[in-house]
Design a protein around this ligand. Sequence first.
Ligand SMILES: *[C@@H]1O[C@H](CO)[C@@H](O)[C@H](O)[C@H]1NC(C)=O
Ligand SMILES: *[C@@H]1O[C@H](CO)[C@@H](O)[C@H](O)[C@H]1NC(C)=O
Ligand SMILES: *[C@@H]1O[C@H](CO)[C@@H](O)[C@H](O)[C@H]1NC(C)=O
Ligand SMILES: *[C@@H]1O[C@H](CO)[C@@H](O)[C@H](O)[C@H]1NC(C)=O
Ligand SMILES: *[C@@H]1O[C@H](CO)[C@@H](O)[C@H](O)[C@H]1NC(C)=O
Length: 389
Amino acid sequence: MLLKIEACMILLLYLTGILFMLLFPPRNFIQSGAKLRSVRSVGGSRKFSHFVDQKILEGVTDRMAVENLETVRTVRLKPPTAANNSIIAIELQSDAQTKKPGILIIGALNAMAWGATNAILELADKLLFDANYQTPFFNDYDWYFVPLANPDGVNFTRNMQSLRPIDSAVWSRNVTARNQTRPSHWYKNTEEEHGHKCFGININRNFAFHWQDTDDVRKLPDVCSQTYSGKRPFSSAESQAIRSYLHTIGDEIDMAILLHASFIPKKEYIMYPWRFALRLPSNYKTLQAIGEYAATQSRLPDGRLYEVHQESNEGLVAGCLTDYLAGVIGTDLVFVIKPYHPKYPNITDADTLELFVKKSISAILSLVRGWRSSTKQNTLSFFGRNVEF
Ligand SMILES: *[C@@H]1O[C@H](CO)[C@@H](O)[C@H](O)[C@H]1NC(C)=O
Ligand SMILES: *[C@@H]1O[C@H](CO)[C@@H](O)[C@H](O)[C@H]1NC(C)=O
Ligand SMILES: *[C@@H]1O[C@H](CO)[C@@H](O)[C@H](O)[C@H]1NC(C)=O
Ligand SMILES: *[C@@H]1O[C@H](CO)[C@@H](O)[C@H](O)[C@H]1NC(C)=O
Ligand SMILES: *[C@@H]1O[C@H](CO)[C@@H](O)[C@H](O)[C@H]1NC(C)=O
């Protein structure tokens, strides 16, 4: 008897549930690809125990696209790099029919920021498969990712991980000193320019927006330095490839984030343009507010906050990607995130990797939340009070 009543109650509960779903279907349920995809719960998300390289990235993204035809597209940017690698972009769309605000994330433009590729891949995976990231993050935006913008540079530095470090400038200039050693840091690609004994161009100085032209300094380019900006704007294959991709998707992008890294412990930043000038961008109040919101939302493990300010506060630098995005592509919200990342970490050091990945994903999503909060996208007026959800 008791069992019967229990069964009836459960049946009633189920029926009420089904009725509720029919009367109040979840937002975007019909149109979005969400119902077609297998959604994982929190536990089983993809984790890489190693720093991902170009070859693994190619494999993972190709598989992602094949297994999720409706939502994932991979693009190989052109031209290929000097070492004949193609920079890979992945695009995630929950719903091909409607256009949503676009978010672009570019990582590992600097050859020391190895972990950025992992962070972006894991974020893409969470958006696709983790139920906690569906709404608002996956369903409300179109996502564009460039996980490894400097494949040659990263491959080059990874291969030298176990060698003895010497001063970068010495390593660059003195060919005999290179035997069994590595430069203490390497920020560039590996492209050789004709007639130069030093090689490598800093891609993040090679964009054609105030190239080699900051407010107060006009330095002669030093080909051997780690900040060498190239013999002319867009002389590197990487900046050309990124430029043509930006001009293709530029109109769809509302927010762009460069996932960079800080190489100094406890110096971690969320910054915004300009970097070539001290003058403030016209929307700096919005940028600063979103940045500060993100910093409080993504408090660092030891309780510190990211420092939030304009990029040029850390020194004037010309020809950067973020300035190009803000100044030429015309993207409204441009940020650079710099969580701490050691130089040349042990490739199998899963703890260092996981910490960087966690901080990066948290900072990226907090910026998106900050944006929502600044436009009141995620607030409801409730008896005259604004309630955030
Ligand atoms: C570069 O790579 C592409 C495809 O990966 C290949 O078809 C082409 O032959 C390569 N070019 C050179 C010069 O190795
Ligand atoms: C990485 O560098 C090694 C050694 O120079 C080279 O053999 C390999 O093809 C490179 N891989 C990529 C993806 O560039
Ligand atoms: C990297 O870490 C592994 C263990 O995780 C260790 O065996 C190896 O010696 C380390 N390599 C370097 C270069 O520190
Ligand atoms: C270059 O490096 C080698 C080996 O470290 C050293 O013996 C030599 O003096 C260096 N040459 C110059 C010009 O610094
Ligand atoms: C490179 O260094 C090793 C020892 O570290 C030495 O045995 C070898 O002769 C050196 N090679 C050259 C080309 O200088």
